[in-house]
Design a binder for this molecule. Structure first.
Ligand SMILES: Nc1ncnc2c1ncn2[C@@H]1O[C@H](COP(=O)(O)OP(=O)(O)OP(=O)(O)O)[C@@H](O)[C@H]1O
Ligand SMILES: [Mg+2]
Length: 545
């Protein structure tokens, strides 16, 4: 259990990557400046009180000057170290977010159909923000409290061991009392985190499908679900408050007893003449730091446990296996015979469901026009994604130029138009350039003309620079499909694979577009996933699936 705790602590620290040691150094420097002054003050106070008691004007002036120097140093060093720490902590924390995003993008395609984007967003934002809070606030507090507590303890021993002993005992009692309610708080925080993930998923789903929500007057049900989650969060927050109130009350009582205890012992020792007034004052001032340290064992032990629980969701993501691209033994796209791509005895099923296809054998040649045909749900889009290298076969082989293909070689060589094309929220030009970032404007016009997109693009308010909103929502379905086709054409890949890419286009434009795409066969292989007979008649081959 303890080992697990240490290991998890290390994992959190390691999340900071290469910058972690620099970060640790700067947090240590920053965190010891304030307590160093807190430790110096009781010392000078004792010095001045004793000076008054002895009637030594000289000692009093010296003490006073020392106090002023301490204050000046304090006001210079605290902002400087604070500024340095802010700057140092920013970079590694940003690094964690970037690495997590990179890791998520590197997950296999299948992962995204299992995971809700709202849930992922909540990890990338909420959980990481809390992790930042831990690095920036809690680590600072822990180091500063430890430094002050150990320093105060050492000074107390130097002052008088008889007054140090009761302070330690009282500190231990405080620490034990502080562990009250820890388990309940941890469970509470786990539950709240799960609920906020659910709420995020619900909101992002509703916003994504806002058209359906409004058209079907689905708002009421969503409100009901959202309210139910929020009710549960409120109840959890209420439970948490109750535990916190009890913890704080206990902590207040124990804190007051501590203060009274040291005061009584100090007064008794002064009355017996075994301790001077200055030392008792100093002991009372130092006591706070020591008690704080003991209490922190209870609180931060708990704080770190909560943090580990929160970070667990981030670790879980980091532990998810990355996509395995595998190695391609062949020598690239163009040095091969007539057969471009082939599947041998290929089988595939989604997450242990019934197989979509088994022992499938297909061969697709260079400069061929192939139609993938089949009823709805037979696996055409699934096969398209496999041919594009988005998902691996479950068993069997997929070959590129006769050699076992990896995902990367397929992605490089297949230009894919998905059944539901996705456009990003930039301009039309930005979206087209995804196909080929280096394309010249002439090449872009050529592609958009072939895709029957040029005319409607130039009629947009800012032509090619028109911003098309999230998922291209300011365009019609058919316009989005044509931009997606132009984007694929720009890629100039050996295979153009269009998964029902013309379903939303009227038949007049569709016919021109199909003619244009079929003429691409001179340069590349064209694979259409299609239902209708229009195109099947012109195909070299129809593959039934
Ligand atoms: N991400 C997924 N997870 C689980 N099952 C899936 C997933 N995507 C598709 N399926 C299932 O796999 C089967 C094949 O789906 P696919 O989308 O490949 O069919 P399709 O032939 O393209 O159909 P359509 O002509 O309607 O587009 C279907 O039964 C579908 O329910
Ligand atoms: Mg499909």
């Amino acid at each position: 259990m303890k080992n697990e705790f240490v290991n998890d602590g290390k994992k959190i620290f390691n999340l900071l990557g290469n910058e972690k040691w620099k970060y640790l150094l700067s947090v240590i420097i920053c965190a010891i400046v304030v307590p160093a002054f807190d430790l110096a003050l009781p010392w000078v106070t004792k010095w001045m009180i004793n000076a008054v008691e002895m009637g030594s004007k000289e000692l009093l002036i010296q003490g006073f000057l020392t106090m002023i120097i301490i204050f000046i140093l304090y006001s210079i060093l605290v902002p400087i170290t604070g500024y340095h720490y802010e700057g140092r902590s920013h970079k590694p924390l940003l690094g964690v977010r970037l690495r997590l995003l990179k890791h998520i993008i590197g997950m296999p395609f299948n992962f995204f159909s299992k995971q809700h984007s709202g849930e992922l967003m909540s990890r990338l934002t909420g959980d990481i923000d809390e992790l930042f809070d831990f690095y920036k606030e809690q680590t600072y507090d822990i180091i500063s409290i430890l430094f002050k507590g150990i320093g105060a303890l050492a000074m107390l021993f130097i002052l008088d061991i008889r007054i140090a002993a009761p302070v330690i005992i009282l500190g231990i009692i405080s620490a034990v009392s502080r562990s009250y309610g820890v388990k309940a708080l941890k469970e509470n925080s786990d539950d709240v985190r799960k609920l906020s993930g659910e709420a995020n998923s619900l909101v992002s789903d509703s916003l994504g499908g806002i058209k359906v929500v409004k058209a079907f007057k689905f708002e009421e049900f969503l409100n009901r679900d959202f309210t139910s989650i929020m009710d549960r969060v409120t109840r959890k927050a209420y439970d948490r408050n109750i535990i916190e109130i009890k913890r704080n009350a206990l902590s207040y009582i124990i804190g007051s007893l501590n203060f009274l205890g040291v005061l009584c012992i100090g007064a008794y020792m002064i009355s017996k003449g075994t301790l001077d007034v200055g030392s008792v004052f100093a002991a009372i001032m130092l006591q706070e730091g020591i008690i704080e340290m003991f209490v922190a064992f209870g609180t931060y032990g708990f704080g770190i446990k909560i943090q580990i629980a929160k970070s667990a969701r981030i670790f879980e993501l980091f532990q998810e296996k990355q996509e395995r691209q595998g190695k391609y033994e062949g020598s690239g796209s163009h040095i091969c015979g007539d057969e471009l791509i082939a599947i041998e005895e290929g089988s595939f099923s989604y997450n242990d469901r019934e197989a979509v296809f088994t022992r499938l054998n297909i061969r697709i040649m260079r400069n061929e026009l192939v139609i993938l045909e089949g009823q709805s749900g037979t696996g055409k889009s699934t096969l398209s994604k496999i041919l594009t290298g988005l998902m691996p076969l479950e068993s069997g082989n997929i070959l590129w130029c006769g050699k076992n293909a990896n995902m990367s070689i397929l992605r490089n060589n297949v230009a894919y138009v998905p059944q539901e094309p996705y456009l990003f929220k930039g301009s039309i030009l930005d979206n087209l350039r995804i196909g080929n970032p280096k394309a010249t404007m002439d090449e872009i016009y050529k592609a958009t003309k072939k895709a029957c997109a040029h005319d409607f693009i130039v009629s947009q308010p800012q032509g090619y620079n028109t911003v098309i909103g999230e998922r291209g929502l300011t365009l019609s379905g058919g316009q989005r499909q044509r931009i997606a086709i132009a984007r694929a054409l720009l890629k100039e890949a050996s295979i153009l694979l269009i998964d029902e890419g013309t379903s939303a286009i009227d038949s007049e434009i569709e016919n021109i577009l199909l003619d244009n795409l079929i003429s691409e066969v001179d340069k590349r292989t064209v694979i259409f996933v299609a239902h209708g007979p229009t195109i099947a008649k012109r195909a070299n081959r129809v593959i039934e699936i």
